[in-house]
Structure formats: structure tokens, C-alpha cells
Design a protein around this ligand. Sequence first.
Ligand code: K1U
Ligand code: ZN
Length: 172
Amino acid sequence: MKRPILIHPDPRLKKVCVAVPDLSDDLRVLADDMLETMYAAPGIGLAAPQIGILQRLIVLDCVKEEDGEPRPLVMFNPEIISASDETNVYEEGCLSIPDQYAEVTRPKVVEVEWMDRDGNAQRETFGGLWATCVQHEIDHLNGKLFIDYLKPLKRQMITRKMQKLKRERARA
Ligand code: K1U
Ligand code: ZN
């Protein structure tokens, strides 16, 4: 089932999410709903707080080629174990901040540990768009948005645009 995505500003997008203690079928259904919501948006990632669930769960699939084999990843309690000193700049977007893009600098390569949907511990090193996206999604779990990396004036401008968008959507 597709879930509605919260739009910034929303207090739920600023909260630090709690760890998932144990896997359950409800959580697996939630992960499936998040993947469906992400693919439909369309997006390459989604974090649970973006649908109002304040738990440490993210999904992502950064396969770019249209004819490429999808690679949906479900990560419970993801943690960055190590990050490269070398950085990368990417023009990021966010499904909670529609149609706004800005360059963000982040570590180029990150090693991430997480629990998969079967409860198995996983560890993988990500580079390229995968590294950018997994860091963006883990930021969501800590109440941080990509606009928090921007200068205050630019951030304020985007926030005002989103407030206007929300007013217009509420009237429609
Ligand atoms: O977390 C989110 O809001 C999802 C976000 C993830 C992301 C995008 C770019 C850099 C870092 C993280 C998105 O998916 S925005 C939409 C988007 O980037 C996209 C949509 C369709 C095709 C390709 C990209
Ligand atoms: Zn986002």
C-alpha cells in the first residue's frame, strides 16, 4: 500500500528516530509499503519518518539504468561504520521537499551495517549515488534534511516555498 509522504516543514521530520528492537511481520509490511511508495514517487530512497513513522528504517534502490535489474534494499537500524576522507558533491533532491535541488558535499565512500528484512546483519561498502543516497536517508533518521547543509538564507527560501506549497495543497 502506498503511503502519503510528509512535506517539510513538519515536526516529525526533525525527530531522532528510535531503533527497531525486533523484526515483525508488521515491520516487513511497512518496508514493502515504503518500497512501493518510493518507486511510485518516483524516488531512489525513502526513510520511515517521511511517512510519519519514527523508527530507524530506510529503503533504497539507486539502479539508474531503465533496463537495469532493480536492487531494492531494506535497512533496519542502518549505521555508518566508516566514511572516506575523500568527498563527493551531488545535486540532491528530497521527496519531502519536492522540486528543490541543491549541491551537498558528503564522504564519497561509506561502509554501512544494517539488519535486513530476515533479521540478518549485513555490511557493505557503497560508492557513487548509493553512498550519497544512504547518507541522505540515514540523515532523515536523525532529523536532518539536505537543506540543513545549505546557507541559512537558501534554506529559509526553500522552507517558505514549501509552506506555500502546503497551503495550496490544503486548499485544493
Ligand atoms: O529521501 C528522499 O527524500 C528520497 C530522495 C533520495 C535522494 C535523492 C538524491 C540524492 C540523495 C538522496 C529522492 O529519491 S529524490 C528523487 C530523485 O532523486 C530521483 C527520482 C527519480 C529518478 C531518479 C532520481
Ligand atoms: Zn529526503
